[in-house]
Design a protein around this ligand. Structure first.
Ligand SMILES: NC(=O)C1=CN([C@@H]2O[C@H](COP(=O)(O)OP(=O)(O)OC[C@H]3O[C@@H](n4cnc5c(N)ncnc54)[C@H](O)[C@@H]3O)[C@@H](O)[C@H]2O)C=CC1
Ligand SMILES: O=C([O-])CC(=O)C(=O)O
Length: 311
């Protein structure tokens, strides 16, 4: 039995992501939670002829039931950006939303794998971790920031430069998930053309959507890739499953950074092995040093949001 709960399931990401999770035959129960519209989304998805039983939960009073016994919790709940905003501008609304959802997850499914999509990911992952610490159930192997869209974009853009098939690309992107904290590892010819585009790909979509939100469909695709990888590792116990993902990690400890994305091997217990930062050329070393101050500030802000509140 494998229960996946999607929190924010009626949203721009939540709906297509739930569709893609419903398409994975490994899932036996799909619990859709939101503050609006989940009965309709659940009824709609429930007619799809894959094994997962789909249930909808709406509003605070139904959150605990949505999470009870969940194996994987995916969180795309919260507000998206509008043109002119940074991801950090979303903190004031999304930090509280993520904290509330994490509180309930810590109580109702403390062993679940938590995949955080809500921005600012650099801060929302530490928020979930601190909430789990408060409940005495923190396991750093089980909490992930979903940065897969950065890899999806990098693979696409590198593929479009014209060498080989996009499907064969597997670009590594390390660091965090906002502007300068996104550090793509590229070949010499790709660096000038693509570094900035990968770092600011999210802004491209925000601008094109012109006030109607940020990336949803590409994020759903990327989020489903991450969930499918987790299911392969956890349920099928396949070996060699890797993802770039933002986790509690020692790889940038020298800089005093506690959370960082590098290639992570996934296993039945979640994080099986964190790969080190790959060898960096001079250009990448500069990107790395430029990422540190923002990443550190984002992490400290997330941690303080939870630890500064009395128990
Ligand atoms: N990690 C990543 O790479 C990416 C992250 N994002 C982030 O994902 C988040 C969601 O984006 P969209 O789906 O486009 O937004 P959206 O506004 O379309 O959907 C958000 C959903 O969250 C729900 N929601 C709000 N408060 C909630 C609560 N307390 N509990 C449960 N659900 C709640 C809303 O009702 C809505 O259905 C944003 O923070 C956005 O910045 C977006 C793209 C990529
Ligand atoms: O740009 C945004 O606000 C949404 C996001 O995280 C992305 O598309 O990478």
């Amino acid at each position: 039995m494998v229960k996946v709960a999607v929190l924010g399931a009626a949203g721009g990401i939540g709906q297509p992501l739930s569709l893609l999770v419903k398409s994975n035959p490994l899932v036996t129960e799909l619990a859709l939670y939101d503050i609006v519209n989940t009965p309709g989304v659940a009824a709609d998805l429930s007619h799809i002829s894959t094994p997962a039983k789909v249930t909808g939960y709406k509003g605070d009073t139904e959150l605990a039931a949505a999470l009870a016994g969940a194996d994987i919790v995916v969180i795309p709940a919260g507000v998206p950006r509008k043109p002119g905003m940074t991801r950090d501008d979303l903190f004031k609304i999304n930090a509280g939303i993520v904290q509330t959802l994490a509180n309930s997850a810590a109580k109702n499914c403390p062993k679940a794998f938590i995949a955080v999509i809500s921005n600012p990911v650099n801060s929302t992952v530490p928020i979930v971790a601190e909430v789990f610490k408060k409940h005495g159930v923190f396991d750093p192997k089980r909490i992930f920031g979903v940065t897969t869209l950065d890899i999806t974009r990098a693979n696409t853009f590198v593929g479009q430069l014209g060498k080989g098939e996009i499907k064969d690309k597997s670009v590594t992107v390390i660091g965090g998930h906002s502007g300068v904290t996104i550090i793509p590892i590229l070949s010499a010819e790709e660096i000038d053309a693509l570094t900035h585009r990968i770092q600011y790909g999210g802004d491209e979509v925000v601008k094109a959507k012109d006030g109607a939100g940020s990336a949803t469909l590409s994020m759903a695709y990327a989020g489903a890739q991450f969930v499918n990888a987790l299911l392969d590792a956890v349920v099928l116990k396949k070996s060699g499953i890797t993802q770039c993902t933002y986790v509690k990690s020692d790889v940038a400890a020298a800089e005093g950074v506690e959370y960082f994305s590098t290639v992570v091997e996934l296993g039945p217990e979640g994080v099986a092995k964190i790969h080190p930062i790959p060898p960096l050329n001079e250009h990448e070393k500069k990107l790395y040093l430029a990422a540190i101050p923002e990443l550190k500030a984002n992490i400290e802000k997330g941690v303080a949001f939870v630890t500064s509140q009395s128990a």
